[in-house]
Design a protein around this ligand. Sequence first.
Ligand code: ZN
Ligand code: ZN
Length: 370
Amino acid sequence: MTNVKPYGERLSAVQRELGESPASLLIVGLSSSMRYLTGFTDEPGERLLVVLVPREGEPAFVVPELYAEQVRADTGFAKHFVWADHEGSHDALAAALKDVARSPGPVLVEESLWAEFLLACQKALPQHAFSSATPVLAKLRMRKDAQEVELLRRAGAIADEAFRRVIETPFVGRTELEIAAVLVDAMRSAGADNTAFSPLVASGPAAALPHYRAGGRRIASGDVVILDYGCRTGGYRSDISRTVICGEPSNEVRTVYDAVREAQQRAVDAVRPGVPAEEIDRVARDFLTSSGLGDRFIHRTGHGIGLDIHEPPYIVAGNKTLLEPGMAFSVEPGVYLSGRFGVRIEDVVVVSESGGVPMTTVTHELLIVD
Ligand code: ZN
Ligand code: ZN
């Protein structure tokens, strides 16, 4: 195993999970789960680099030679099966799988492992069934420890700071992409490692499209603008949405805004341990339905967040997962009036014993920008 903290404990926790199932082995490629379990990560690429975690005994890396030294230094793993470019990964993978797959149970595969690598593993282990590792990995990753929560909090504070910066800049006459660049700059200068995703700046009718990004549209007086963005720090992400208006809001904009704000607040207030995830969605949806806007709320209320921007638990009808302390997810109801405008308010909350703790805290008042 490894003594590097907290990875030794996380690997032991995975092995306990495997031990309670028939599974023989877990295979994880370059992904957030590799980072979670070993501390090592990189962009996925064409060279096979996987960690194999057997239900008992030493886990092993199968690693291209050019990464080998870095993986050894970062992870403290004892077992490495190293392959060179001119040899190809076939023999190293076969030797590693033979070494660790000692029982006949199913092989669990992390969901983003490239199909080519999965096929190579299946070829090397023809007697084994393969299935998804998501239930095992999600169970562990959903409950953030204190250090993870601290990183979520730091990422949230940077997003808050970027909001304070962006509302000081003029909106009218500038393009959505220019406003997005202000957000990116502000997060970088506040200490972010990177953005969590490309910022969404949706103005006027585009604000009625929930996953519109940002384009060349010039923002005009009277526009409602949705800002949805976040950053990464120490691998962990923030995600915030605020809706602002250029000039005085109409009564309709104000009514819709107030309804979304109330729905979001009620949903955040409903967060506590033991409540099913779907209940948070129901609270937001019921309020918007009672306001006559339920059919314009066309997405789930939220998603888990951590090393990935979207991860379990999903805050959606049908998800009966009971909330537990340490779970982190967004609460982001929105209303979209096609061709006209939209409103969304989003904060990430972390479940504590006493309720949901928001990671972003800038105002929910409807702000008028220039
Ligand atoms: Zn968002
Ligand atoms: Zn989100």
